[in-house]
Design a protein around this ligand. Structure first.
Ligand code: HEC
Ligand code: HEC
Ligand code: HEC
Ligand code: HEC
Length: 203
C-alpha cells in the first residue's frame, strides 16, 4: 500500500468511527449547562427536542399573539366551512374550475399547493408544517415559517405597519393586509406620464 492510499484508508476508518460514536450522527441527547442560584454548575442530560424548543411541539410555550384588525377576507367567503364542511377535501393539485378561479398561485408555486397552508379538514383555520392549526388572525406565523427575518422585523415594528403607543398597546397589520398570500410580489408600477413643461401647457 502506498502512502496516499494508506492516508485515505485511515481517513475512511476515522469517519466510520466518528459515525459509530454518534459524533456525526443525528443529535439524540445533549448536555445543558447552567448555574443554579448558589452559583453551582449544573449539567443535565437533555433530549435534543427539549433543547431545540422549536421542535418540542408538546411542551413549547404558547406563542405570543399580536393584536391585529380582522383579516382582509373578501365578502361572504368566511367562514369557509359554510361550503367546505360538507365537502371532501380534494388533495389533487389541479386547476380549480368550480370556485376560487380568481386564485392563481404565484408564490413558490412549483414547490407547493393550497393545502400546504390551508387545513384540509377544517378550512376555517390555517396549518403550520408542524401540524398545528392557527386562526387566520395569526397568519403571520404561517408566513414566518419561511420568512423568519421578515417576521422578526415585523414583530419589532421595522417591517410592515404598527400603530399605537411605544410603551403601551400596539396594533399590527397582518402580512396579508399588504401582501396577497397567493401572489405576494408587488407588481411593478406603471410610471405616470412625465410632467408637462411649463411653456408647452399653454399652447
Ligand atoms: C402561502 C400559503 C397559502 C397558499 C399556498 C394558499 N393560500 Fe389561500 N390564503 C392564505 C392566507 C394566509 C389567506 C388569508 C388572507 C386573509 O387574511 O384575508 C388565504 C386566503 C384564501 C381564501 C380567501 C380569499 C378571499 O377572497 O378572502 C381562499 C378562498 C383561499 N385562500 C384559497 C386558496 C386556494 C384555492 C389555494 C390554492 C390554489 C390557496 N388558497 C393557496 C394562504 C395560502
Ligand atoms: C361558496 C362556497 C365556498 C366557500 C365559501 C369557500 N370555498 Fe373553497 N372550494 C369550494 C369549491 C366548490 C371548491 C372546489 C373547486 C374545484 O374543484 O374546482 C373549493 C376548493 C378549495 C380549495 C382546493 C382544495 C380542495 O379541497 O378542493 C381550497 C384550498 C379552498 N377551497 C379553500 C377555501 C378557503 C380557505 C375558504 C375560506 C376563506 C373557502 N375555500 C371558502 C367552495 C367554497
Ligand atoms: C413554504 C415557504 C413559504 C411560506 C409559508 C410563505 N412564503 Fe413567501 N415566499 C417563499 C419563497 C420560496 C419565495 C420566493 C419565490 C417566489 O416568489 O415565488 C417567496 C416570496 C415572497 C414574497 C416576494 C418577495 C419578493 O422578492 O418580492 C413575499 C412578499 C412573500 N413571499 C410573502 C409571504 C407572505 C405574506 C406569506 C404568508 C401568507 C408567505 N410569504 C408565506 C416561501 C414561502
Ligand atoms: C404595511 C404593509 C406591509 C406589511 C404589514 C408587511 N409588509 Fe412585507 N413588504 C411591504 C412593502 C411595501 C415591501 C416592499 C419594500 C420593502 O422591501 O421593504 C415589502 C417587502 C416584503 C418582502 C420582500 C422583501 C425583499 O427583501 O425582497 C417580503 C418577503 C415580505 N415583505 C414579507 C412580509 C411578511 C412575512 C410580513 C408579515 C410578517 C410582511 N411582509 C408584512 C409591505 C408590508
Amino acid at each position: 500500500m502506498n502512502r496516499k492510499s494508506l492516508m485515505f484508508a485511515l481517513m475512511v476508518a476515522g469517519l466510520l468511527t466518528a459515525i459509530g460514536l454518534g459524533i456525526l450522527g443525528p443529535v439524540q441527547a445533549a448536555k445543558e449547562k447552567y448555574f443554579d442560584r448558589s452559583g453551582r454548575l449544573i449539567v443535565e442530560e437533555k433530549q435534543a427536542a427539549e433543547l431545540l424548543r422549536a421542535y418540542d411541539t408538546k411542551n413549547r410555550e404558547p406563542e405570543k399573539t399580536f393584536p391585529v384588525p380582522p383579516p382582509p377576507f373578501s365578502e361572504d367567503i368566511f367562514p369557509c366551512s359554510d361550503c367546505h364542511a360538507d365537502m371532501e377535501p380534494n388533495l389533487q393539485r389541479r386547476e380549480l374550475e368550480d370556485m376560487h378561479t380568481d386564485i392563481v398561485l404565484h408564490h413558490a408555486e412549483g414547490q407547493r399547493w393550497c393545502l400546504d397552508c390551508h387545513n384540509p379538514n377544517d378550512r376555517d383555520v390555517l396549518r403550520l408544517v408542524s401540524g398545528e392549526t392557527i386562526p387566520f388572525s395569526e397568519s403571520y406565523r404561517l408566513c414566518g415559517q419561511c420568512h423568519g427575518i421578515k417576521l422578526r422585523d415585523w414583530k419589532v415594528g421595522v417591517h410592515g405597519k404598527r400603530t399605537g403607543y411605544w410603551n403601551g398597546d400596539k396594533q399590527y397589520l397582518l402580512c396579508a393586509h399588504c401582501h396577497n398570500p397567493h401572489d405576494p410580489k408587488f407588481k411593478a408600477m406603471k410610471p405616470l406620464p412625465p410632467p408637462v413643461r411649463p411653456g408647452e401647457a399653454r399652447h
